[in-house]
Design a protein around this ligand. Structure first.
Ligand SMILES: *Cc1c(COP(=O)(O)O)cnc(C)c1O
Length: 399
């Protein structure tokens, strides 16, 4: 037998972490890495955060799981907290980002198809955007035009039309009698930390209003304080109808949610959707601990302040290496450095030779996604490693 016990769908690297301490990961052989990847925008309170760990330990010892057939004081509390801090009126909890997007897709379809006289059973299509990433389930790969995720998995799910990202006219041109809504990341993550323009987001909102469409935001990566507001839509001066959140919201514990307005959720009636684990008390305790830490103005202001500092230092830094770097983009502590060549070799170089963890992304971009609790010491350490990495980097010869 040659197949590995872990199904070989990930090209795993030699870093094998066994412990996390604040903004560092320590691997099997004791090597310390500065973690500016945060498990891809997940560990927003860093590793081994006392409040989060304590909340999980206490809840684990009290009650870990019960069925959603029972009342959920823990779920009601976190749902109310999310409702209080967002556009939404109601929340469905999931265990991952893809499931949160799935729930959002179903909510958008049911808005039209399960609303009786008020609805329109023929509306099912979502307009999505090039280079989007919405997860790896059948619906969420179908929602992306990225064929590398489709290969080997046909037939795709029907009902998605793709427009170029940030192109309002193209999105408008795809609206037809079957259109149910738009699904968009306000800031594309995997696609290369590409923020949508304010005009695009405002335009989608307006089109949605004009045509009775659902504006569905995938904030799985950019949400939960990452960009300096609790959710990124706040910085666009618009509100969605439905929003998918995950990654940061559990701080490392698997948790996601689909948040919707009362109107948008009109089709999600008894029996239409469910999840065995979704909203279990342990996940709710983790989510509450994260919200208590991040959903306040002082914390959000600190993210904005650190984001600006990191960004201006990055902009200065890339000026020293015009042959390597093109530009810096993003918001808050969701930053990307666009390179003048494929970004993966530099990301590997930083990881293997300078013990700095970042994430490669599309469009030649290196993602900088530190825990939101970084301080001056971690920012300084980051620039020490990044500078040493850029100085010692040899651009690979094109194959
Ligand atoms: C990571 C991600 C997802 C999928 O989340 P999983 O928890 O891996 O299922 C969906 N959308 C966006 C924007 C993401 O970054």
């Amino acid at each position: 037998m040659t197949i590995t016990p872990l199904m070989p769908v990930y090209p795993r690297c030699g870093v094998r972490p066994v412990r996390g301490e604040h903004c560092h990961l320590i691997d099997e052989d004791g090597t310390r890495y500065l973690d500016f990847a945060s498990g891809i925008a997940v560990n927003l309170l860093g590793h081994s955060h006392e409040g989060l760990v304590g909340a999980i330990q206490r809840q684990a010892a009290t009650l870990m799981h019960v069925s959603n057939l029972y009342g959920s004081p823990q779920g009601e509390r976190l749902a109310q907290t999310l409702v209080d801090h967002t556009f939404g009126d109601t929340v469905f909890f999931t265990n991952s980002g893809a499931e949160a997007v799935e729930a959002a897709i179903k909510t958008a379809r049911a808005y039209h198809q399960n609303a009786g006289e008020a609805g329109d059973a023929s509306r099912f299509e979502l307009i999505t955007f090039h280079n989007a990433f919405h997860g790896r389930t059948m619906a969420t790969i179908s929602a992306s035009n990225q064929t590398k995720m489709h290969h080997g998995f046909s037939p795709l799910l029907d009902g998605f039309k793709y427009a170029p990202f940030d192109d309002l006219d193209a999105a408008k041109a795809l609206i037809g009698p079957h259109t149910a809504g738009f699904l968009v990341e306000p800031i594309q993550g995997e696609g290369g930390i590409r923020p949508a323009s304010p005009e695009f987001m405002a335009g989608l909102r307006q089109l949605a209003d004009e045509h009775d469409l659902m504006l569905v935001l995938d904030e799985v990566q950019c949400g939960v304080a990452r960009t300096g507001t609790l959710y990124a839509y706040e910085q666009y001066g618009i509100e969605p109808d439905i929003l998918a959140t995950a990654k940061g919201i559990g701080g490392g514990f698997p948790l996601g949610a689909c948040i919707a307005t009362e109107k948008a959720a009109r089709g999600m009636t008894f029996g239409t959707h469910g999840s065995t684990y979704g909203g279990n008390p342990l996940a709710m305790a983790a989510g509450m601990a994260v919200m208590e830490a991040v959903a306040n103005e002082a914390f959000l202001a600190s993210v904005r302040e650190k984001g600006e500092r990191l960004r201006s230092r990055l902009e200065q830094f890339i000026g020293n290496y015009p042959e390597l770097f093109e530009l810096v983009r993003g918001k808050g502590l969701m930053l990307g450095i666009k390179m003048k060549m494929e970004s993966r070799p530099f990301y590997v170089h930083l990881r293997d030779h300078h013990q700095l963890l970042t994430v490669a992304a599309g469009d030649n971009t290196i993602r900088i996604l530190p825990p939101l609790v970084i301080g001056d010491a971690e920012i300084d350490e980051f620039f020490d490693k990044l500078s040493a990495g850029a100085a010692s980097f040899k651009v690979p010869e094109p194959a």
